[in-house]
Design a protein around this ligand. Structure first.
Ligand code: GDP
Length: 167
C-alpha cells in the first residue's frame, strides 16, 4: 500500500524535528521553499510493503488577514484535499489561535486525520494529558490520537503503525 500523508501544524509545534526523526536524516529543513508549490514532498517512509509519502502544505500556517493570505488559505485547503490522511500536529498541553486556524483548514478539507500530540517529553505528570486530549476530541472526529516526542523519538513507531492502519 502507498498513501499520501499531509503533515500540518502551526509554526513551532516541532514539525521539522519530527520529520527529520521519521526520515532519519536532515531533510525537511533544507528543502524549505515556502509558498511556491502546492505540495512539498518531504520524504518517504517505507515499512514492510507500505510506503507513506510525507508532504507539507505551504501556506497552512499563515493567518488569513490579508487578501493574499486568503488565496494561500484556499490553496492550502485544496492541497490538503489531496491527502489520504492528515497528521495534525499540536504541542502537548498547548492549543492556541494558531492551532485553531489550522483546525479550521483541516475541517474545510474534509479529510480524515490523526491528532499528533508532540513534545510529551515535557509533560511530567502524564495524567495532565487526559483533559487536554478530551478537549481536542470534542473539536474533531479524529481517527486516532498519537502522543509522541520528536525530540526523544518516544512513540514514533506508534505514529507509523497508526498511519499504516489507515493507508
Ligand atoms: P516547526 O516550526 O514546527 O518546524 O518546529 P521545530 O521542529 O523547528 O521545533 C520548534 C522548537 O521546539 C525547537 O526549539 C525544538 O527544539 C523544539 N522541539 C521540537 N520537538 C520537540 C519535542 O519533541 N520535545 C521538546 N521538548 N521540544 C521539541
Amino acid at each position: 500500500r502507498c498513501g499520501l500523508v499531509a503533515l500540518v501544524g502551526r509554526p513551532n509545534v516541532g514539525k521539522t524535528t519530527l520529520m527529520n526523526r521519521l526520515l532519519g536524516e536532515k531533510l525537511a529543513a533544507t528543502t524549505r521553499k515556502p509558498h511556491t508549490t502546492r505540495h512539498r514532498i518531504l520524504g518517504i517512509v517505507t515499512q514492510g510493503a507500505d510506503q507513506m509519502v510525507l508532504m507539507d502544505t505551504p501556506g497552512i500556517d499563515v493567518e488569513p488577514r490579508k487578501r493574499m493570505n486568503q488565496l494561500l488559505t484556499r490553496t492550502a485547503v485544496s492541497a490538503l484535499g489531496d491527502a489520504d490522511i492528515v497528521c495534525f500536529i499540536v504541542e502537548a498541553l498547548r492549543f492556541d489561535a494558531g492551532d485553531e486556524h489550522v483546525l479550521k483548514l483541516l475541517r474545510a478539507s474534509g479529510r480524515p486525520a490523526l491528532l499528533v500530540v508532540n513534545k510529551v517529553d515535557r509533560v511530567g505528570d502524564k495524567s495532565a494529558l487526559l483533559p487536554f486530549l478530551e478537549a481536542r476530541a470534542q473539536e474533531f472526529d479524529y481517527l486516532g490520537v498519537v502522543p509522541l516526542s520528536g525530540r526523544t523519538g518516544q512513540n514514533l513507531q506508534g505514529l507509523v503503525d497508526e498511519l499504516r492502519r489507515y493507508l
